[in-house]
Design a protein around this ligand. Structure first.
Ligand code: MG
Length: 229
């Protein structure tokens, strides 16, 4: 077991949190992209599920790590399916990971701003905020579509810092994507944690170069009274 590296909260003034796989269970997205979309594609084109899955997964590979990959309008047009409507079919799987809400509660009580920073499309973001109780804890929610770059892409981070006005040396980012953490690290975000257990429907990911978080208890908690804005 890797020792847990609790965050040095006295050095942290701003908290950036990813949404899918970090605060929310990635099982929803996995089921949606790997099962719901290929099933709908198979129905539409009168082909078998396996063939449809192959076509859809190949299409996903084309744009991985770019804004287009996260753009529901792109997928609706590319696959000829109403992607937002299909998401409603599996919306009951949208869930907050255990131990996230007490963490949000304590960080908010400490006075630190909490920004949700996601590659998700505005429609997915709206859908997830409407179906989970995380919204009221957030200072803001920003999608990479608003910034113009995906989080894996280097220009995203200085643009985000400019927009939110944070000092990267006093900021923590919690994310389940190693390429995203790499980009944030290269920009200079000082405190980085990787959620290695993003989906309740899959085994944990191997621990990489960033300190691993199995669940939000591994982040530790700030003292309730330290307002440091
Ligand atoms: Mg994620």
């Amino acid at each position: 077991m890797t020792p847990i590296a609790l965050l040095p909260w006295s050095e942290i003034r701003v908290v950036l949190l990813d949404m899918d796989g970090t605060m929310l269970d990635l099982h929803f997205d996995d089921v949606f992209f790997r099962r719901t979309v290929p099933e709908a594609y198979a129905r539409k084109h009168g082909i078998g599920f396996e063939r449809a899955r192959e076509i859809v997964l190949t299409a996903y590979q084309e744009h991985r790590g770019t804004l287009a990959w996260y753009d529901l309008d792109h997928w609706s047009a590319r696959l000829g399916l109403d992607i937002p409507l299909l998401k409603e079919e599996v919306a009951h799987l949208i869930r907050v990971h255990p131990h996230v809400l007490p963490f949000l509660e304590r960080v908010r009580a400490s006075g630190r701003p909490i920004h949700l920073v996601t590659n998700a499309h505005a429609h997915s973001l709206g859908m997830k905020l409407a179906r989970t109780p995380i919204g009221p804890y957030l200072t803001s929610a920003i999608t990479s579509h608003e910034v113009g770059w995906a989080k894996e892409q280097l220009p995203f981070w200085p643009l985000l810092a400019q927009r939110l006005g944070f000092d990267p040396g006093a900021t923590v980012l919690v994310d389940d994507s190693e390429p995203v953490l790499e980009a944030a690290s290269r920009f200079g975000i000082a405190h980085l944690r990787q959620v290695v257990n993003p989906s309740s429907g899959a085994p944990p990911n191997p621990v990489g170069r960033f300190p691993a978080v199995m669940d939000f208890r591994d982040l530790g908690l700030p003292n309730g009274c330290s307002r440091r804005e």
